[in-house]
Design a protein around this ligand. Structure first.
Ligand code: AMP
Length: 547
């Protein structure tokens, strides 16, 4: 294999389970099992002295050592205040996620007997700048070259589009995982995959369905034993209930009833949960996914998409029969399909990484031959495709299929804080959510006062689709300060440009027009691990035994 061509692995870094895949010589994605021979690894990390244990064993230990086990860390990605303390050291979500990545990569390395360096890691579509940056850093901490952070529904659609690419269609991807919900409209074409619109909730997933079962079990325990105690205060009982709730939920995907035994302080209750009862106590969660779906469809309509052809269900939680039934009821003309719910995301990420590198190689060779800088989607002469196939070990057909364009949208809006006519602060959005990326927008603002020495620019992220909003509706993701020449009058023009790349990274440039002073910043978020702390985390990760 040509040494310029690096194999790229796809990683689904999930809230509850993670997986890793690569592309075989025919261009087909293959999941690599872990050392325990499981295709998916629980995203659970157990701090065991000097060892870090990730996966099934960690999950089993959650009950015995609740204070040493971290679960659902993805929900805290990009959160500045999350710190897990172990043996007087603090660990950030990026570092803990880095352990999960190392486990996947180490096991895959063992299994395949080859080095793994380059990866594409997925994240929920509505992850903002902070969460994306945290995901990228988790990869860096694990010693990986992160080629791209890719949206999970896009990955699922790529996996689907590659299997069923015979004709053009508009697909809705309803992705309900362990901790997150995404709903995305995607236009699948023979030579391109375009994301039209995306929405979701990062705090809604299978875990919430489990929590409803737990609540129900507590009530039933109290009713049967007469106890008024809040048994969830007992960590062991809580851990036990979490495991049995998830198990009962999965049973209810197959059967009408699930028996559950709850024991606490020597008392015991036997509870039978029926599917009807389960559906009843979780109905509002299901309805929330449907209302987010309707919101997204309304957004898509504004872009001229009034209908769709297929409805894909991905994510482990779409196995709950209530989901399919409700979708069928809401959209009677489209038969929803469950599509490879556990593996589509990792496979799509691998396909994407592979397409990126094959495509780069094709473009590089065409550019070399024509002497012109070629970009993106170009006609590939047969002999160049053949030479890439020969040098990379992929079949010619696979190489040709890699030449596909993938276009994404931003799931967030970005703006700056400005004063309105009444001198009240407001956020002015330059880039609106669901705009196709890359995107570049420039808008002219004015200085507030005469003879002002600097302009402070506050860069804001939000989920509002309007041009103007209250500052409370947005979060600050960066600031910049532009020095001004002296004696400028009030309302002197300042041009602010935002450039958002394919992966959701934002660059801001502000130009003072009169004297042509300029400042550019690339948003480095303060809520992720950085500097010395990052270097320490990387060093720790390389030295730790992760199994
Ligand atoms: P994911 O993040 O896509 O791997 O989804 C994991 C979620 O799917 C977890 O909340 C699991 O409990 C849930 N899940 C997996 N299998 C089933 C099943 N058979 N029935 C219901 N939920 C499931």
């Amino acid at each position: 294999m040509n040494n310029q061509f690096k194999k790229v692995f796809g990683i689904d870094l999930g809230t509850t389970y993670s997986g890793i895949a690569y592309i075989d010589e025919h261009g087909k994605p293959v999941i690599v099992p872990n050392a325990e021979n499981q295709r998916l690894t629980p995203s659970v990390v157990f701090f065991d002295g000097d060892n870090i244990i990730v996966g099934e064993v960690a999950k089993e230990n959650a009950k015995l050592y609740p204070n040493e086990v971290v679960t659902l860390v993805k929900r805290s990605m990009g959160e500045p205040n999350f710190l897990f303390e172990y043996q007087e050291k603090n660990y950030r979500p990026e570092e803990i996620s880095g352990y999960i990545l190392r486990k996947l990569v180490n096991d895959a390395k063992q299994h395949l007997g080859e080095e793994i360096t380059d990866v594409v890691i997925t994240c929920p579509a509505y992850f903002g700048i902070n969460e994306r940056e945290a995901t990228r850093l988790a990869g860096e901490i694990a010693g990986l070259q992160v080629r791209q952070i890719l949206n999970e529904p896009t990955a699922a659609a790529i996996a689907y589009g590659t299997v069923e690419n015979d004709n053009e269609k508009v697909v809705l991807v309803y992705d309900l995982g362990g901790g997150t919900f995404d709903i995305t409209m995607i236009h699948v074409k023979p030579d391109a995959i375009e994301v039209i619109c995306t929405g979701g909730d990062k705090e809604l997933g299978g875990k919430d369905w489990d929590d409803r079962i737990i609540q129900h079990l507590v009530e039933q325990f109290q009713a049967q034993t007469g106890s008024q105690e809040d048994i969830l205060d007992d960590h062991d009982t809580l851990q036990e209930l979490q495991l049995s709730a998830e198990k009962a939920k999965k049973t209810l995907s197959q059967r009408e009833k699930a028996p559950i035994i709850v024991t606490h302080s020597g008392e015991r209750a036997k509870i039978e949960l029926t599917r009807d009862k389960f559906d009843e106590i979780t109905q509002d969660l299901l309805e929330r996914t449907m209302s987010l779906t309707q919101d997204m469809l309304a957004e898509a309509q504004k872009k001229g998409y009034n209908s769709f052809d297929e409805f894909l269900l991905v994510g482990g939680s779409t196995r709950m029969p209530q989901i399919m039934a409700r979708v069928e009821q809401a959209f009677p003309t489209v038969k929803p399909k469950i599509f490879d719910p556990d593996e589509a995301v990792a496979k799509g990420a691998a396909l994407y990484g592979w397409k990126l590198s094959i495509n780069d190689e094709l473009v590089r060779r065409v550019t070399e031959r024509t002497g012109k800088l070629e970009k993106d989607k170009i006609e590939i002469p047969e002999e160049i495709a053949q030479s890439v196939a020969a040098d990379t070990g992929f079949t010619l057909e696979a190489v040709k299929s890699a030449n596909m364009a993938i276009r994404n949208v931003t799931s967030k809006s970005f703006g700056v804080v400005a004063l309105n006519q009444d001198k009240k602060k407001e956020v002015v959005n330059l880039i609106l959510k669901n705009t196709t990326v890359p995107a570049e927008v420039t808008e002219r603002f004015g200085t507030e006062l005469a003879n002002q020495d600097t302009v402070e620019i506050r860069i804001m992220e939000n989920e509002v689709s309007d041009n103007k909003l209250e500052p409370e509706q947005a979060i600050e993701i960066g600031t910049a300060s532009l020095e001004l020449p002296s004696l400028l009058p009030a309302n002197s023009p300042i041009d602010i440009s935002f450039r958002l790349n394919e992966e959701g990274r934002l660059e801001m440039t502000a130009v003072e027009i009169t004297d042509d002073r300029k400042i550019s910043v690339s948003i480095e978020t303060s809520s992720v691990i950085q500097g010395e702390e990052l270097e320490e985390a990387k060093a720790r990760n390389q030295n730790l035994v992760i199994s």
